[in-house]
Design a protein around this ligand. Structure first.
Ligand SMILES: Nc1nc2c(ncn2[C@@H]2O[C@H](COP(=O)(O)OP(=O)(O)OP(=O)(O)O)[C@@H](O)[C@H]2O)c(=O)[nH]1
Ligand SMILES: [Mg+2]
Length: 394
């Protein structure tokens, strides 16, 4: 009986074990067959993208944007300003001559027409002198030019249009004086940079010229630091900063109302530390008294000279302002030792004769001319190219 009970128990256990084996089928393989295949998003390198948390853990969150590959636009990253490479300065006046020819048309054409008159009588010579004076050549130079032309015409006898042009060309070039040294001194002295101060009354184009000159220097393969010593307005430093950033030139600036001399000093100190070739210092034009002007510019110069010599003091003069501009230029020339003139806005005036007058009045050469508001519209001045443009000679 006992054997029978044990046998029945063994049979029941056997039935349960075998039945369970059939009933409990592996679910895993079914699932893999039935679940639709989901593509894992891949990065370009073929790796699955990191999650925000992973990116953040690895590099402080800098790569967080990578965690959202499906997003059509990634969040904007701070973009480093694009540094421009300005063109070299050589041949710029030739390239910009069309602007000169345009604006000086009245001047050059008027003279050529009068000189080609059949009869050169007293009235015609007077008219010629008037055209010269109207073009801001100055009274003394105008009468000397007329004298020179009268003598040459007499010697020549007959006059072809070609003769007239070359007579006039010769006379004008001689009055602009091609022998003057017009090089802007931008070369460093050993471990000291060259220092250029840019001065002039307000609105003439000092800051623009400082920016354009930095581009000339950098375009010619050298380096520069800019000093924003016009601390009258915060906007002045801002304006210069924009110029500097475009060409990668550091701009030294301080808060509005800071001492201009200390800005200039810091700019030169930075120039020495960085081993740059040239430091250019933009100054303020809003000075109401001659004493104030003398004090400020004198101090800037003296303080700069504690670090490096001042190689150039460039006086910026707006060519459209005529006699008024000249009067102001004279005041500057009395308080600082001007080494060169930058004549701006020559693109917007027919009064190019001011080149002759300003050199004569101040006894310093025009070294650069501004021919537009574009960043590369500043050109080294060359008397022959200038006169050829006025007379439309190629
Ligand atoms: N057409 C033309 N405009 C120029 C030239 N040079 C400068 N300008 C313009 O003249 C205006 C005054 O230039 P700025 O460089 O700000 O003059 P600034 O002497 O620094 O003026 P302040 O800082 O106020 O004393 C700007 O609108 C310049 O774009 C030039 O050669 N031709
Ligand atoms: Mg300015």
């Amino acid at each position: 009986m006992e054997y029978t009970i044990v046998g029945i128990v063994i049979f029941v256990i056997a039935v349960l074990v075998v039945g369970g084996a059939f009933l409990i089928r592996p679910r895993h393989s079914v699932e893999t067959e039935e679940r639709p295949k989901v593509e894992e998003p891949q990065t370009q390198e073929g790796r699955p993208p990191a999650t925000v948390e992973e990116g953040a853990a690895e590099d402080g969150g800098a790569t967080a944007a990578v965690a959202e590959p499906a997003a059509p636009t990634a969040p904007a990253q701070p973009v480093a300003p694009q540094i421009e490479t300005p063109p070299p300065s050589a041949g710029r006046l030739v390239r910009l001559r069309a602007r000169l020819a345009q604006s000086q048309n009245a001047f050059g054409r008027g003279l050529l027409t009068l000189l080609s008159s059949d009869k050169l009588d007293e009235d015609v010579w007077e008219e010629i002198e008037e055209v010269l004076i109207t073009a801001d050549v100055g009274v003394t130079s105008a009468s000397q030019i007329v004298e020179g032309l009268r003598t040459k015409v007499k010697v020549l006898g007959t006059r072809t249009p070609g003769d007239v042009r070359s007579l006039l060309r010769e006379e004008l070039v001689a009055h602009i004086n091609p022998d003057l040294d017009r090089a802007v001194r931008t070369e460093p002295h050993g471990d000291r940079p060259a220092v250029i101060m840019v001065v002039g009354v307000n609105g003439v184009g000092k800051t623009t010229t400082t920016g354009k000159l930095a581009r000339v220097i950098i375009g010619d393969g050298h380096t520069a630091v800019l000093g924003a010593a016009d601390t009258f307005r915060a906007a002045a430093a801002e304006q210069l900063q924009t110029w500097g950033e475009r060409v990668g030139a550091p701009v030294i600036r301080k808060e509005e109302g800071a001492d201009p001399a200390s800005v200039a000093f810091d700019a030169v100190t930075r120039g020495i530390a960085d081993g740059v070739d040239t430091v250019i210092i933009d100054t303020a034009g809003r000075l109401h008294t001659k004493t104030g002007l003398m004090d400020e510019l004198g101090k800037v110069k003296r303080v700069v000279e504690k670090r490096s010599q001042v190689d150039e003091v460039l006086l910026v003069l707006d060519a459209t302002t005529g006699q008024n501009g000249l009067r102001q230029a004279r005041v500057f020339a009395e308080v600082v030792n001007i080494t060169g003139i930058v004549l701006t806005k020559l693109d917007g005036t027919a009064k190019g004769g001011i080149v002759i007058q300003v050199q004569r009045e101040l006894g310093v050469p025009v070294k650069l001319v501004g021919l537009g508001e574009g960043p590369d519209d500043l050109a080294p001045f060359d008397p022959e190219t200038f006169v050829d443009a006025i007379l439309e000679l190629s």
